[in-house]
Design a protein around this ligand. Structure first.
Ligand code: ZN
Length: 312
């Protein structure tokens, strides 16, 4: 999906600085109100608007891999990549292999199915922080990293979307990567129409997994944050069970102890112990779903609605 071929996309975009209308030119975008000029990145000839607010501290580098990995890895990195064990945790209702889509599971699928496919030309759904994945061809992928699957490059704290312009927002493993996560929720609330839904998935009992990894959330904390932003919570579900937590713990704790503080040794143990223990995640098929399991769940999601009454 790109601005030149999707009238819908160009209609909902606005200046992240002042909210003004945008004028789309072949190699740049100009705000009709504040005259700020924005670039367009081209990846595989697809134009991707770079709509970053001047308040944003995000730096867009099209040369960098979407995961932040260097393009030319060392020999050791390449060997580690070949030997890398399967994921330690497993989504409940995992659909990643079936649809070849990262972090895709039944919870996400059910959320998308709430929006009737026949309305897909009018229904606007965004995958905020979707990165290199494409959930559906009609879902707008917004990320700070440039990749061929990204439709708009933007900072989730300063969304270049008109207020009340979208029907649904998917934020899967996004909030923990933004230090000012409350700004992201406030922006999501602003751009959603009344009755619009947010799908918010976050880690709770999960090891640090990126350079920019700032927070963990309990069910109560995410509920509090969503309600503070104006949403009403409709659904809660655990997406990884206690055996995923056990598998994660075995891998990280044993590797950390055996590495004696050496990062390369940690990676070597991580690979070996990963292969020995990853199968524990499959025991999650049998775990009892009760409140006590919430104390140790690696991740969960909440679906919340933007109600009609204005938020005070
Ligand atoms: Zn402007």
């Amino acid at each position: 999906m790109d601005v030149s071929s999707s009238p819908l996309l160009s209609q909902i975009l606005c200046c992240p600085e002042c909210g003004g209308d945008l004028l789309f030119k072949s190699h740049s975008i100009v705000c009709k109100q504040c005259s700020k000029k924005y670039e367009i990145n081209y990846i595989n000839e697809k134009p991707i608007p770079v709509l970053l607010s001047s308040q944003s501290d995000c730096i867009v580098s099209p040369e960098e891999d979407a995961d932040g990995l260097p393009k030319k890895p060392t020999l050791l990195n390449r060997i580690a990549h070949i030997l890398w064990p399967p994921e330690p945790a497993r989504f409940y209702g995992d659909l990643q292999r079936k649809f070849n889509t990262k972090n895709y599971h039944r919870g996400v699928e059910e959320f998308i199915k709430r929006y009737h496919p026949k309305d897909k030309n009018e229904t606007v759904l965004i995958d905020l922080g979707g990165g290199k994945r494409r959930l559906k061809n009609y879902i707008i992928n917004i990320d700070v990293f440039a990749s061929s699957e990204v439709d708009v490059i933007a900072d989730a704290r300063f969304l270049p979307l008109r207020s009340m312009s979208i029907d649904g927002a998917i934020l899967q493993s996004v909030l923990e990567h933004v230090a000012q996560f409350e700004d992201v929720l406030r922006q999501s609330y602003r751009v959603l129409k009344f009755d619009g839904l947010i799908f918010c998935e976050v880690p709770f009992y999960y090891p640090v997994h990126a350079e920019a990894d700032f927070a963990r959330f309990t069910k109560k904390m995410l509920t509090f944050l969503l309600e503070k932003s104006g949403f009403s919570v409709e659904e809660f579900r655990i997406t990884m069970g206690p055996f995923s937590a056990l598998s994660l713990s075995c891998r990280v704790i044993l590797s950390a102890i055996l590495s004696m503080g050496y990062k390369k040794l940690f990676t070597a143990w991580y690979i070996l112990i990963g292969w020995l223990t990853f199968w524990l995640r499959y025991l999650d098929i049998f775990y009892p779903r009760n409140q006590i399991v919430e104390y140790i769940m690696p991740s969960f999601y909440i679906v919340a609605r933007k109600g009609r009454s204005p938020h005070a």
